[in-house]
Ligand binder design. Structure first.
Ligand code: NAD
Ligand code: TYD
Length: 358
């Protein structure tokens, strides 16, 4: 069970961002063994990784981070050196209807992982060139909501509003507490909204692409005036790679696209791209926009200052929104079977559950 230069446990590797992280690490670092530990909830799909599943340095273990025995088994069996922790319940709307799932996975699950890391890394044995590291992948939503101006920096106080962001904030605090109290080597990054291939179609961008394709209403919450700072997922995974390999223990980095869009403007841009791709007359897709009841406690604006990451590690977002959206739309339109697979069964979007099928 030994590998020459390190065994990295990636939790949530079958999800949206996790699958991009696993693919990048498996292809770029043949000297690492990547152990993808994932429960395969509705949001996790092994088809996301079909291109790398047969690689020698990749292992999948189906498991739940709320089960401490399963985590200990993985640490023991694979001699885990480092953890990149992405497993989470990740959809704000679901956190409003089922907060306890978020408490269990995002908080309790994180503590089980921290305890395992603390126990197994208490002995100083390390593989050459490898350091122990617990890398917590977090979100800008822990900082709450901005007004018209300003950006979230690493110094911004935590002020979460949704059960999702409160659960991620709690987990971040616990990760820092394990560093300060037990000396566990940790890093945390807080990223803005990602988009790109393999994004589960309950989130705004893939949901809109799917509904426009199918001529269904595109639900826009409230007046569509909320603002998000969008980042192409591969720019995020590049930052994760840099931080994993170079950040000093205890550090926090914010990651963002410097790319703020009002939801309604973003949807109009997407409608234009979709009209062109589907050979529809200009304006056809925009007629599907449907303003619906707002999300309770809906954060007004997120925007990230990522200058520390740029200065310390030389990271910069590379993909422009127009190009990233174009690539994303192309991917969804050429992978209808993926959409079919991940949305089959009794799956319904939050909006459909709440408002259309009572
Ligand atoms: P996702 O919902 O697409 O994937 C989550 C993955 O975690 C799935 O594969 C799921 O099966 C797995 N999982 C859920 N509960 C589990 C459990 N109890 N045990 C083991 N595995 C479990 O999420 P995502 O959008 O890829 O987000 C990944 C991480 O990045 C999350 O921690 C999220 O908070 C963070 N993040 C996401 C964004 C974004 O825009 N999507 C932005 C910043 C940070
Ligand atoms: P989402 O993709 O759920 O990400 P988050 O809530 O984590 O930022 O939503 C992005 C924005 O789009 C957010 O302001 C809520 C809004 N939204 C809609 O207007 N309609 C929808 O159907 C969804 C899912 C989100």
């Amino acid at each position: 069970m030994n590998s020459p230069a390190g065994n990295i446990m990636v939790t949530g590797g079958a999800g949206f961002i996790g699958s991009h992280v696993v693919r990048l690490f498996v292809n770029k670092y043949p000297q690492y063994r990547i152990v993808n530990f994932d429960k395969l909830t509705y949001a996790g799909n092994l088809t996301n990784l079909s291109d790398i599943e047969k690689k020698q340095n990749y292992v999948f273990v189906k498991g739940d981070i709320t089960d401490k025995n399963q985590i200990h088994e993985v640490f023991q069996n694979y001699n885990i050196d480092a953890v990149i922790h992405l497993a989470a319940e990740s959809h704000v709307d679901r956190s409003i209807s089922s907060p306890m799932d978020f408490v269990m996975t995002n908080i309790v699950g994180t503590v089980h992982l921290l305890n395992a890391a603390r126990t197994f890394w208490a002995t100083p044995e390390k593989r050459e060139g490898m350091r122990h590291l617990f890398y917590q992948i977090s979100t800008d939503e822990v900082y709450g909501s901005l007004g018209e101006n300003g950006l979230f920096s690493e110094e911004s106080p935590y002020d979460p509003h949704s059960p999702y962001s409160a659960s991620k904030a709690s987990a971040d605090h616990l990760v820092r507490a394990y560093h300060d109290t037990y000396g566990l080597p940790i890093v945390i990054s807080n990223c803005s909204n990602n988009y790109g291939p393999f994004h589960f179609p309950e989130k705004l961008i893939p949901l809109a692409i799917m509904n426009i394709r199918d001529n269904k209403p595109v639900p826009v919450y409230g007046k569509g005036e909320n603002i998000r700072d969008w980042l192409f997922v591969k720019d995020h995974t590049k930052a994760i790679d840099l931080i994993f390999h170079n950040a000093l223990p205890g550090k926090t980095y914010n990651i963002g696209g410097n790319n703020e869009w009002k939801n309604i403007d973003l949807i109009h841009l997407l409608c234009k791209i979709m009209d062109r791709k589907l050979n529809r007359t200009d304006g056809t897709s925009a007629r599907l926009i449907s303003f619906v009841k707002d999300r309770p406690g809906h954060d007004k604006r997120y925007a990230i200052d990522s200058s520390l990451l740029q200065k310390d590690l030389g990271w910069e977002p590379e993909v422009k929104m127009e190009d990233g959206l174009e690539q994303t739309v192309d991917w969804y339109l050429s992978n209808p079977e993926w959409i079919q697979t991940v949305t089959s069964g009794s799956y319904k979007t939050y909006y459909e559950q709440q408002y259309l099928h009572r």
